[in-house]
Write a protein that binds this ligand. Structure first.
Ligand SMILES: [Zn+2]
Length: 149
């Protein structure tokens, strides 16, 4: 069985949150972990069902399988708790970077962060890694995943 690709998960989640999709883990928890209907969850977070399934698919792939993804999502939520989006969507649905005030298209928001604010991305990844170490240290029983690196 494929191991959980924690580095890839951390990269993916960091970039999504910084790019303005800070609802990602809440939506995935409701859909995958709690078993809410995709239409309800998608509507709540103002995304399409197709997008929601796409997010779920990516997390499942990186986790190895769906059972593991369900275990990993709450841990990722805890790890990402301090991360705030860099690109913010206003009430008119306009995505604007809070650091350089550039207006970006929704689909370009992650690329914007990766290209112009790499330091923020690197720091977020580092923070998530540190949280993961804290979470692992707190647990008495062995954690289900091992770092792929
Ligand atoms: Zn910017």
């Amino acid at each position: 069985m494929k191991p959980v690709d924690m580095n890839s998960l951390i990269n993916y989640v960091s970039l999504k949150i910084l790019g303005g999709s800070d609802y990602l883990l809440d939506a995935l928890e409701e859909y995958l972990v709690n078993g809410e209907g995709p239409a309800i969850v998608a509507h709540k977070y103002n995304i399409s069902k197709h997008q929601l399934r796409g997010y779920a698919q990516r997390i499942i792939e990186k986790s190895g399988n769906e059972v593991r993804a369900k275990k990993v999502i709450p841990i990722l939520k805890e790890m990402a708790s301090g991360i705030k989006p860099v690109v913010i969507r206003d009430e008119n649905g306009v995505y604007q970077c809070s650091l350089c005030e550039t207006v970006v298209a929704r689909e370009d928001s992650e690329e914007h962060v990766r290209k112009y604010h790499k330091d923020v991305l690197t720091l977020s990844i580092k923070n998530m890694m540190e949280k993961l170490e804290e979470i692992r240290a707190k647990r008495s029983k062995p954690v289900i995943f091992t770092s792929a690196s």
